[in-house]
Design a protein around this ligand. Structure first.
Ligand code: SF4
Ligand code: SF4
Length: 708
């Protein structure tokens, strides 16, 4: 009895009959496939209407080439997903396994309907082997995912120690596993017949199905064929259920996450879109969901709840109410509720022929959906955005909501109110007389641009570098390095203003724009082209945000300049750095601007440096706690972030915490004090370390002598 359809398979013409034992079901299968596709299409259509129901306009379809590149790198190649080894591996096994299996099913379907002249012999054998391997890969991926979610239970999948396992998570994993397992069982049943009746001898190429078929020894052929039919329908039903389930479950991320990869922001990393037309705008910031752009709302639907954003968020880890994952999920839930109500109101209005009466939201976005403590806990450190595999943009949402509180309701912390008043009156957060800004430079003979505008670089000193005691030491050390290397530079002195970063990130966009425009007017007036900053906050604002207002400059961080001077042999480092040194990445230098290597290379150039990394470093570095205007606010919930970071330095055995940011310098110094380690540890800016190592001057004060 030849059951293979009489295709004449045999050695040299190895193959198999597609739709074996199920020929007559083809029409029924197509009917059910059509139903599954209709359910799928309806789900997507419903979601599409919800995506379109609210949100301000935003263009995210320009520069298609760059968007396609992101889609390929982040979507198809899973670049960000693979940054985490365990999660990357299991997701990769499932993702790539499924792609190959779908490709294989498409080849099967083509063979069945049109016939493929090459679907036999060695092509067929290798095809069988590849399908087998990738089927097992998907199964292995599911097992790893189950172990992680239900056995290991890492906190990133939950919230504050409580797992967040929803029925949907289990259903999806079960569906995938069952599709694969039933696929192998069907194969085993077919092979049992093909081997015993048709005399196939190439069954071992389908090794998993073949091994499984060994368990069928003794089962008669009729029973096997009946079981095959039952299992075949089971397999088909599961696969169709999977397709239909996509838009109604977490599987939707198969569509929304790659879409979000395509819709990425093409602005430089961390840039905040300025509020335009302050004079005529009726409201500022985001107080209601509708005031987000459609893209800001859409990206909450691309969130996979993977928890990578939460995993290193300093606010979350220090016990504050903010979790970027929870925030995105809360926005998503609020949007689902709002969109459904808006669409229902519109449908009702369409029926009655009147205007839709959109109901007021049950909860206010700011203050109810997003708690105010949550909103103000963010340090704008960018850990969430840098590590999110779905490219979700948390920080602009947070700043948008802060803008609403500050500009519309004037409801924000008294400490921040004082800071902003000081910035308004004296263009620095402490309210120190603006005329004192250039005092530190006088004894060094540094000229202002008013005195000599013909210099290569403007050293934009910043508030801390001009007015804070520790900051002034850093400015002095760096200026001396520049002088020793013969670099042509000048400062603005009292013409310099605050860069405005803390105002911008704290939601006071009006104050930020005022500060930025004042600085730009002065700098453009002198025809400034190149700027050096010792503060990464000023560096980032001048480099990426000032171009919005006509300030276009080549902006360098001092570690970039020092690294260049060392490489060119313009400065020589002689004096060794004692003890173990660790480098703390400033968020605004590292994650915002990708400057990780230069500071480390400088430190390695200092003789005798023993550089060690802290547990969190490079793009996974842990914030000092001062960004996002948090520098000027009390930290009264949870543990102090700077103390937690200092603990990492202590754990690394560091005697020196090297930094490249005045905020970090202060926070680390405070952390060392809080931990009672002043005798054995210190924090130093890279410029101070370099100037000391250049060994060009003798100590003139007791304090300097002690430092030496
Ligand atoms: S920017 Fe930093 S502090 Fe703010 S939510 Fe993201 S990870 Fe948390
Ligand atoms: S926002 Fe991004 S990193 Fe955070 S849970 Fe969602 S997908 Fe994961």
């Amino acid at each position: 009895m030849a059951l293979n359809g009489g295709h004449g398979f045999g050695p040299g013409y190895e193959g198999r009959e597609v739709f074996w034992n199920a020929h007559s079901y083809e029409a029924v299968l197509f009917f059910f496939t059509a139903i599954a596709l209709v359910i799928f299409a309806y789900g997507i259509y419903r979601r599409w209407r919800m995506w379109k129901a609210l949100g301000l306009p935003e263009n995210r379809t320009d520069k298609a080439g760059e968007r396609i590149k992101s889609l390929l790198v982040n979507g198809l190649l899973q670049a960000r997903t693979f940054r985490e080894s365990y999660a990357g591996i299991f997701h990769g096994l499932i993702f790539f396994g499924f792609i190959i299996l779908i490709f294989g099913a498409a080849i099967d379907a083509t063979q069945f309907h049109f016939g493929l002249p090459f679907f036999h012999g060695s092509f067929y054998l290798w095809f069988s082997l590849v399908m087998e391997i990738f089927g097992l890969a998907v199964l292995a991926g599911v097992i790893l995912a189950v172990i992680r979610r239900y056995v290991w239970k890492p906190d990133l999948l939950g919230y504050r120690g409580k797992p967040d396992n929803r029925p949907d998570d289990a259903i999806v994993l079960l569906l995938i596993a069952l599709i694969i397992v039933t696929g192998f069982i069907i194969e085993a049943l077919r092979l049992h017949v093909n081997v015993n009746v048709d005399g196939f001898t190439w069954e071992h190429w389908s090794f998993a199905g073949y091994l499984l078929s060994k368990t069928l020894a003794g089962v008669d052929i009729g029973t096997t064929m009946t079981l095959h039919k039952i299992m075949w329908w089971g397999h088909a039903a599961l696969a169709l259920a999977f397709i239909a389930y996509i838009p109604y479950s977490r599987l939707l991320h198969i569509i929304t996450t790659p879409a979000n990869h395509y819709l990425l922001s093409l602005e430089p990393t961390g840039t905040l879109k300025p509020i335009e037309d302050f004079e005529n705008a009726e409201s500022f910031g985001v107080g209601r969901l509708e005031e987000f752009t459609w893209k800001q709302i859409f990206d909450s639907d691309a969130c996979t709840r993977c928890g990578r954003c939460q995993d290193g968020c300093p606010a979350y880890l220090s016990g504050k109410p903010l979790s970027p994952k929870k925030m995105i999920q809360d926005i998503k839930e609020h949007w689902e509720d709002r969109a459904a109500k808006i669409l229902a109101a519109k449908a009702l209005a369409k029926k009655s022929g009147g205007e839709p009466e959109i109901p007021e939201p049950d909860k206010m976005l700011v203050g109810e959906v997003i708690d105010l403590h949550e909103l103000w806990a963010c340090t704008n450190c960018m850990y969430c955005m840098e590590n999110c595999p779905a490219l979700i943009e948390h920080v602009p949402k947070i700043v948008g909501m802060r803008q609403y509180k500050v500009l519309m309701e004037a409801d924000f912390s008294p400490e921040l109110q004082l800071t902003y008043r000081n910035m308004e009156n004296n263009s620095n957060p402490w309210g120190i007389g603006a005329h004192l800004r250039g005092e530190w430079a006088k004894e060094l003979g540094i000229k202002t641009l008013a005195e000599n505008p013909d210099v290569e670089y403007l050293f934009y000193v910043g508030c801390a570098g001009s007015l804070d005691d520790q900051g002034k030491k850093v400015s002095t050390a760096f200026a001396k390095i520049l002088q020793a290397a013969g670099v042509s530079f000048g400062i603005l002195g009292e013409e310099e203003g605050c860069c405005g970063d803390s105002a911008m990130r704290g939601g006071n966009e009006y104050l930020y724009q005022t500060q930025a425009q004042m600085n730009i007017e002065v700098m453009n007036g002198y025809g400034v082209k190149k700027i050096i900053c010792t503060c990464p906050h000023g560096y980032n604002a001048l480099k990426k945000d000032y171009p919005h207002f006509g300030g276009n400059y080549e902006v360098y961080h001092h570690t970039e300049i020092i690294a260049k001077l060392i490489a060119e042999g313009k400065i020589t480092l002689k004096k060794p750095l004692e003890g173990v040194t660790t480098y703390h990445d400033s968020c605004f230098l590292g994650r915002y601007n990708g400057i990780y290597d230069q500071p480390r290379n400088i430190l390695k150039s200092v003789p005798g440096t023993r550089l060690v990394e802290m547990r969190s470093n490079h793009r996974k570095s842990f914030c000092c706690g001062a960004g996002g205007a948090r520098m000027w606010m009390e930290e009264d919930i949870g543990e102090r972030i700077n103390d937690m970071r200092t603990d990492q330095a202590i754990e690394a055995g560091a005697a020196t915490i090297a930094v490249g940011c005045p905020f970090c310098l202060t926070m680390m110094a405070d952390g060392i004090k809080d931990r009672g380690k002043e005798e054995s540890m210190k924090s130093m800016d890279i410029a101070e370390i370099v100037w000391r190592s250049m060994d060009l001057e003798k100590a003139t004060t007791a304090e300097e002598a002690k430092e030496e």
